[in-house]
Design a protein around this ligand. Sequence first.
Ligand SMILES: [Fe+2]
Ligand SMILES: [Fe+2]
Length: 232
Amino acid sequence: MKSPRMEGSGIGWRERCEAELKAFSEADSIRFWGIAHEVEGEAKPIFNYRFEHTTAAVKLGRWLCPQVGADLEVVECALWLHDVRKKLKDPLSKDTHASDASDCVAEILEGTDFPPEKIGAVRHAIEHHVGLRLAKKLEPLETACVWDCDKLSKLGAASLIHFGCISGAFQPITTEDILQRGEAWLELCKGIVASMNTAPAQAEAERRLRFLTHHYRQLAHEWREPMEISAP
Ligand SMILES: [Fe+2]
Ligand SMILES: [Fe+2]
């Protein structure tokens, strides 16, 4: 696979970040699934979870930053790269994906138009994006926004599609399995909502959690016999 860094200088930082993420995550998805579609002579993953999740987080960054006065270059760059070296689960390996990503930021951005004086802030945000609960609000604002956008992307309608598409990659999956995991996830989501750093992200997280709750209630209504829960 051709590395985006081999394509010469003059590429903008957004394009470089997106290309780097796409190259790494496509290769990792194909490795993990152990199967690929052939599209115009190229192997393409069945579903590139990492790229879809990151794209959702980047969209959220573009939505959130102007509302709270955060530096969009720092936040968007950190979001593109926050999982850039994260592999689909290997339960035996230690999770170092935040520091792994931070360590390669300067190399990925080398030769692009990204302001070098902002690389430290990007790395700080990446290093602090992990975990589903915060004991205290994150600082500075850009690091806080990256955490909020990463977690918000795991709530809502797009997250349901991402979860459904990736579920079967780990083991055989049924509708009941997805429902049980969804119900367990709702409990964790309460901690995420309570931990949001910024007011707009918290309001959106609450709205998305209500949507998810309705979704799983409806799924339970359709799937379980006897009907245990009334439809909303
Ligand atoms: Fe991550
Ligand atoms: Fe992430």
